[in-house]
Design a protein around this ligand. Structure first.
Ligand SMILES: Nc1nc2c(ncn2[C@@H]2O[C@H](COP(=O)(O)OP(=O)(O)OP(=O)(O)O)[C@@H](O)[C@H]2O)c(=O)[nH]1
Ligand SMILES: [Mg+2]
Length: 325
């Protein structure tokens, strides 16, 4: 195959116009982005969802009404906002899950969450397998799972190790240190380092995975993120006056922690990773890696069942008992 550069062409062909075509299509169609929050009860998952919607993500585009008191989440539920910026529409859905850790036996506490993730893959697969497929399949697959770690300052707890191991196999996990305002900056850094060691020692795969880096440029960018993970975040649904400006913040004994100020906590880093720098990659990894493994597993299972069914009916037809009930 020969490679013809622009300078060798006889005239302007206009290949680059495809970029505008892609852009226009995305603008017309809009896109979905689905994020889930998971972790022990009381770590501020529901609060962080509110913070996300009240922060720069949707402040200009809509006026969310989240003044009600946050109560304990008892069942899995979703909150969506259509956010429009410069003509591009994004339907951001955040899936809030009940916290675990209240039961005496937390053995199967991940089941409802793992089931939810798999059910969304199944819905997508069913749509894909229809003879008359929809032009655009509604996408409710979980494209990112924010996993909340308690601000203990020690190491990962066995329950977090087990939970993240299970989840990491089916969805992209972004771990965060919850309620980071309860730790000093030094404590946060030491805790982060220990968590990174524990994640590696336990073979827990968190996003962005090295093996999915597509080129050296992406590797450099992702290495920088891997060095800083897990982000130490603070959530709030309150605004405070700071130097005459209203800011999202939390009152502590040291003063106001400004949630969107990167010198105070890493909420903005998390938001930027999710929305500004890695949104499309999270969607791609979900489709190409996680959904793909689900699809292969499910189709292999159905083929196996189908072959067994086929063999049984053939034996039955021949009047041969197959020895199976
Ligand atoms: N100090 C501090 N407190 C927080 C933070 N985020 C939330 N809280 C408080 O922690 C309590 C629990 O917050 P929720 O958002 O309900 O926690 P949750 O993880 O959704 O809890 P479950 O629904 O039981 O799983 C509330 O009193 C919040 O005000 C934070 O970043 N720092
Ligand atoms: Mg909650």
């Amino acid at each position: 195959m020969s490679f013809i550069k622009g300078s060798d062409l006889f005239g302007y062909v206009g290949i680059e116009a495809v970029l505008d075509q892609i852009r226009n299509k995305t603008i017309k169609a809009g896109f979905e982005f689905n994020v889930m929050v998971v972790g022990q009860s009381g770590l501020g998952k529901s609060t962080l969802i509110n913070t996300l919607f009240k922060s720069k993500v949707s402040r200009k585009s809509c006026t969310p009404n989240y003044e009600e008191k946050i109560s304990k989440t008892v069942k899995l539920h979703t909150v969506s906002h259509v956010i429009e910026e410069k003509g591009v529409r994004m339907k951001l859905t955040v899936i809030d899950t009940p916290g675990f850790g209240d039961q005496i036996n937390n053995e199967n506490c991940w089941e409802p969450i793992v089931n939810y993730v798999n059910e969304q893959y199944e819905k997508y697969l069913t749509e894909e397998l229809h003879v008359n497929r929809k032009r655009r399949i509604p996408d409710s697959r979980v494209q990112c799972c924010i996993y909340f770690l308690p601000p203990t300052g020690h190491r990962l707890r066995p329950i977090d190790v087990r939970f993240m191991k299970k989840l990491g196999e089916i969805v992209s996990i972004v771990p965060v240190i919850a309620k980071a305002d309860t730790l000093t900056i030094e404590e946060r850094e030491e805790f982060k380092e220990r968590i990174r060691q524990d994640l590696a020692a336990n073979g827990i795969s968190v996003y962005p995975q090295k093996e999915h880096d597509e080129d050296p440029e992406e590797r450099i960018l992702n290495n920088r993120i891997r060095e800083r993970i897990p982000f130490a975040v603070v959530g709030t649904d309150r605004e405070h006056q700071v130097n005459g400006n209203k800011v999202l913040g939390r009152k502590t004994k040291w003063g106001i922690i400004e949630v969107e100020n990167v010198a105070h906590c890493e909420f903005a880093n998390l938001r930027d990773l999710l929305i500004r720098s890695h949104l499309q990659d999270l969607k791609d990894v979900t489709h190409n890696i996680h959904y793909e493994s689900y699809r292969v597993r499910r189709l292999n299972e159905s083929n196996k069942n189908f072959r067994e069914l086929d063999l049984s009916s053939w034996l039955l037809e021949k009047g041969v008992p197959d020895g199976r009930e």
